[in-house]
Design a protein around this ligand. Structure first.
Ligand SMILES: Cc1cc2nc3c(=O)[nH]c(=O)nc-3n(C[C@H](O)[C@H](O)[C@H](O)COP(=O)(O)OP(=O)(O)OC[C@H]3O[C@@H](n4cnc5c(N)ncnc54)[C@H](O)[C@@H]3O)c2cc1C
Length: 478
């Protein structure tokens, strides 16, 4: 059997379905009067300066103030809070800090037990932080479906179920009838339902809630304030962060949480490739449309090819549908003009209606894209510089909604010289294998994407190139 995805171009109806969609992230578009924060002008002193107002930066601000309330913390965000990947994602909140257990086992076999436990602890702490900080973000703890669409994808689901069960996850394998009784797609052959450490949230509500909580704790947040350079440390030990607004922060420590954006430290460019992922969101489904597909338990869903879709219901019963093509452009630009990509939207729409033919006629209200901070090991890494006064945390590769909380806490530990169970791990102490510079980088990424798609068309059979990367512990994902 071949892939369920049509090989013919999208039809006019499939293109019409998203033609009038608003080219903005659904989550950000529906925010009503989010709090605003002034740009920085003038010079300020701080114990800690955080650059980046996404999940990593916001969690770092909260951790820092919770641990040491009298530390002055300043957060600089080039655009608006949550305007990067944080406000553009699918809202899948996973406990895994290793981009899934399979990736964790292959990269950190000696540490996976600890990493799994730390990930689950982080998930539970995040959940209680939401209560403690009073953040309402439509957290729904219904677990996640991984669905098999081709026969060769069924056996790996069983293997993954055994692996997850070994690490304490509550898992269930569903055959075709049972999965279709849950969510009715003619493409489904089987599913793995992981009910442990897997939720969905509204990421913009989460980011806004974190920003309000951080501000309440005394963090000085500055939006529309781009950090342009970082110097030091000076004789007094402070680093100096200059901003594009004419401001300056003299800080004892700085945390760079800039994800896939051009980093302030050039050395980081070797470890991250910005990869664009695209998303469509439907209009709210009617009761009849919902009844036609089931989905009463509202699980997050992803299919299991190398190129995969992720999809979920929103609180107002739309379907968010994203993924499949992971687009890398020469030189890795991150610019607003790449927030839309006609070819990718056409494929997404076509695949949506192949998955849910019952929903033909449904229209998409929103379409957008965002840059993912892909690293060659698909999980967070850390870099300390400036004599240990500056840290970077990022590289989550498409699974950072939950793990950014862990990344932020660990980066603070490194900055504060705190020895913890996490800071002793190879996961924290080592960096991913760097990507080569351009033009080799572009050639390798494109060739790898091409081979991954070819493997999907050939019942998952990996050719020599993918097997070699696998042996070297390298990869490309979103
Ligand atoms: C389309 C898409 C779908 C995704 N889906 C999921 C999902 O369902 N589940 C999941 O776990 N993960 C998902 N992710 C990944 C997840 O969104 C990220 O891992 C997470 O948001 C990373 O947070 P961050 O704070 O590190 O980065 P970001 O949210 O990108 O924040 C970085 C911030 O730094 C700011 N900045 C950059 N440079 C500067 C500077 N010089 N000065 C000041 N500010 C600066 C940027 O403006 C930005 O706001 C997805 C990502 C995308 C793009």
């Amino acid at each position: 059997m071949t892939s369920p995805w049509p090989t013919t171009p999208a039809t006019d109806a499939e293109r019409d379905a998203y033609r009038d969609a608003v080219p903005r992230p659904f989550w950000l578009d529906r925010r009503e009067n989010p709090a605003t924060y002034p740009a920085l002008s003038g010079a300020v002193d701080a114990g800690l300066c955080i650059v980046g107002g996404g999940f990593t930066g916001l969690w770092a601000a909260i951790h820092a103030k919770t641990r040491t309330p009298d530390r002055d913390v300043v957060l600089l965000e080039a655009d608006r809070i949550g305007s990067g990947a944080t406000g553009r994602n699918g809202g899948f909140l996973s406990a895994s800090i290793t981009h899934g257990i399979g990736n964790g086992v292959s990269h950190f076999p000696d540490e996976i037990e600890t990493l799994e436990r730390l990930g689950l602890e982080n998930f539970e702490e995040l959940r209680s932080d939401l209560d403690r900080l009073g953040i309402a973000c439509d957290f729904e703890d219904n677990g996640e479906f991984a669905v098999a669409l081709e026969p060769h994808q069924v056996e790996p689901l069983k293997e993954e179920a055994e692996l997850l069960a070994r690490y304490g996850h509550r898992v269930e394998l569903l055959d075709r009838d049972r999965v279709r009784a849950e969510v009715d797609s003619p493409t489904y052959l089987a599913a793995l339902w992981d009910r442990t450490g897997s939720a969905i949230v509204d990421p913009a509500k989460l980011a806004d809630g974190l920003a309000v909580a951080a501000s309440r704790l005394g963090v000085a947040i500055h939006e529309r304030t781009s950090a342009t350079r970082i110097d030091g440390p000076s004789v007094g030990g402070a680093v100096r962060i200059t901003t594009g607004t004419g401001g300056e922060v003299r800080a004892g420590r700085a945390l760079l949480a800039t994800s896939a954006c051009p980093p302030l430290r050039r050395s980081l460019r070797r470890y991250i490739v910005p990869v664009y992922d695209y998303v469509l969101v439907t209009e709210p489904l009617s009761a009849e449309q919902l009844a036609a597909i089931g989905w009463r338990n509202r699980q997050g869903i992803s299919d299991t090819g190398n190129q995969f879709h992720y999809y979920r219901l929103t609180d107002d019963d739309r379907i968010l549908w994203g993924g499949f093509e992971a687009v890398y452009r020469f030189g890795g630009p991150v610019e607003s003009r790449y927030d839309v990509d006609e070819g990718t939207f056409a494929a997404l729409s076509q695949h949506f209606f192949a998955t849910f033919p019952q929903l033909r006629g449904v229209r998409f209200s929103h379409k957008w894209g965002g840059a993912i901070d892909t690293s060659s090991r698909f999980s967070c890494f850390f870099e300390l510089s400036h004599g240990g006064r500056v840290a970077f945390a990022g590289g989550y590769t498409g699974l950072g909604v939950g793990s950014s909380r862990f990344g932020a806490a660990t980066a603070l530990d490194l900055l504060d010289g705190r020895r913890t169970e996490a800071t002793a791990l190879r996961y924290v102490r080592t960096k991913p294998v760097p990507f080569p510079p351009e033009p080799l980088r572009w050639a390798i990424v494109q060739f790898t994407r091409n081979r991954l798609a070819a493997a999907d068309r050939d019942s998952g059979r990996m050719g020599l190139w993918l097997r070699t990367l696998d042996r070297l512990g390298l990869g490309f994902d979103s």
